[in-house]
Design a protein around this ligand. Structure first.
Ligand code: EPZ
Length: 422
């Protein structure tokens, strides 16, 4: 098991460059199998979720390898349309392969990716979208059999703007002759990035970032070289690290235009934020002021992936904060351990009420999910004494060596690998 050992109290100062986005890379890796051509993903972050996705592509017969920071995907040898169950369970994003596999093979077999620490994570919106394209789907003992023989372009409407379902159906439609129009889609920036990647491959997709996406089917796509967008959640997390320590940082490679909801909340807490085209500076006050309330929403609302980090900040702010988690049904797993550090967080269903306290105290805590683990790490940066974050390998799913990044800004933090049964 990986643990992070943190001695709190250091102000974070300095400059850091944000790495590119996990949630852009994962669907793009799935889209890479839509052609026999080779895809070169430049400056691709070294994350365990990227590794797992690569393992799944290899199981399907692709060749995936690293050349420095470039991830090279060669799908020429792809033979399989059956997702390996063990790997599919390891990473939810494997469900993104459903659309591309159907586009290529007109059939697919996947297992339910299963829930995770933050919720049940159903896939009904994915399957409903594919059914509207004419895919027949039946489930037998947890295995989903998809038959795309009669797939055709047409209208698809999503009951909820699901990020993954939007991406899956986009990819399923790019090789379907005719026009497919997707209604009530998610508007996340990573979907705009996927559109850019698909169009670079030769697809004709328009409208990503709006409520409606139009796909004009093409006959074939080619392999390309592509640099995924920067990670807005990693950028927001590093800004939160500076904020909780009363620090002052400059971050480069930041998708500033996609982060306005996060900037607005940090400004409400008295942080001074200066935006440039692709960089941002944050100067934090000695003590943060509580935001009145925070509601997570689909983009461009406040991102659910930043809720845990802002909750950690609010535990030390002056005043009372109310956070409502509208996107996932169980995403306050970090509250218990924050209270063990001396915080005052009351959780009731999808609402957390936080009374700010003067001080947190270091202790042994456990990361239960990716962003909750990051939040506990942030709390440890400010807590008096030593904080040990267990199961830190969960943080590695979405942050490239978080401890190295924080240490480069002055944090007293190190990673240890301890032998344990988990
Ligand atoms: C993507 O997950 C992200 N993951 C998540 O980031 C992010 O939190 C989420 O979008 C929301 O922004 C990747 O992009 C790899 P959804 P996704 O489908 O696609 C429910 C992180 O920390 N739902 O928009 O799974 C679902 O249960 C991760 O980086 C259905 O009910 O999110 C949730 O409550 C966590 N049926 C809500 O919709 C479905 O078929 C939003 O899910 C699909 C989703």
């Amino acid at each position: 098991m990986e643990i992070l050992c943190i001695h709190g109290g250091r102000r974070l100062t300095g400059e850091w460059t944000v790495h590119n986005a996990k949630n852009a890379v994962l669907p793009i890796m799935a889209a890479a199998i839509l052609t026999d051509g080779k895809t070169m993903l430049e400056d691709c972050p070294m994350l365990s979720d990227v590794g797992y996705m690569g393992d799944i592509l290899c199981t399907l017969g692709c060749d995936v390898r690293r050349e420095g920071r470039t991830l090279v995907i060669d799908p020429q040898g792809i033979v399989g349309y059956e997702m390996p169950d063990d790997l599919a369970k390891k990473i939810r994003s494997s469900i993104f392969l459903l659309g591309p596999i159907l586009a290529r093979f007109r059939k697919a077999t996947v297992t339910f990716p299963g829930g995770c620490e933050i919720g049940l994570r159903p896939i009904d919106l994915h399957l409903g979208g594919l059914r509207q394209l004419g895919v027949t789907i039946h489930e037998e003992g947890g295995v989903i059999h998809c038959d795309g023989k009669h797939m055709k372009a047409g209208n698809v409407h999503f009951d909820y703007p699901s990020v993954g379902a939007t991406e899956n159906v986009m990819m399923a439609a790019v090789l379907l002759r005719g026009r497919t129009v997707l209604h009530n889609v998610a508007r996340e920036p990573e979907i705009v990035d996927l559109q850019a990647f698909l169009n670079r491959m030769g697809a004709n997709v328009q409208g990503a970032g709006t409520h409606t996406i139009t796909v004009e089917g093409v006959r074939r796509l080619g392999g390309v070289s592509y640099t995924p967008m920067p990670d807005r959640i990693v950028a927001g997390t590093m800004m939160a690290a500076a904020a909780i320590t009363g620090g002052s940082v400059l971050l480069r490679n930041v998708p500033v235009e996609d982060m306005q909801a996060v900037f607005s909340k940090l400004r409400e807490m008295d942080c001074v934020i200066t935006e440039k085209e692709r960089s941002v500076t944050l100067h934090a006050p000695e003590r943060l002021r509580a935001f009145a309330q925070l509601q997570t929403q689909p983009h461009p609302g406040f991102p659910t992936d930043m809720q845990a980090q802002l909750l950690a900040l609010s535990t030390l702010a002056t005043g009372t904060s109310v956070l409502v988690e509208n996107v996932f049904e169980n995403r306050f797993g970090h509250a218990g351990d924050l209270n063990r550090m001396g915080a005052n967080v009351l959780v009731n269903g999808r609402t957390a009420v936080v009374q700010g306290v003067e001080r947190l105290y270091g202790t042994r805590v456990v990361a239960r999910d990716l962003r909750g683990g990051a939040a506990l790490t942030l709390a440890g940066l400010k807590a008096r004494g030593e904080t040990i974050v267990e199961q830190a390998q969960l943080i590695d799913r979405g942050y490239e060596h978080l401890e190295t990044a924080l240490a480069s800004l002055g944090a007293e933090i190190r990673r240890e690998h301890i032998l344990s049964d988990t």
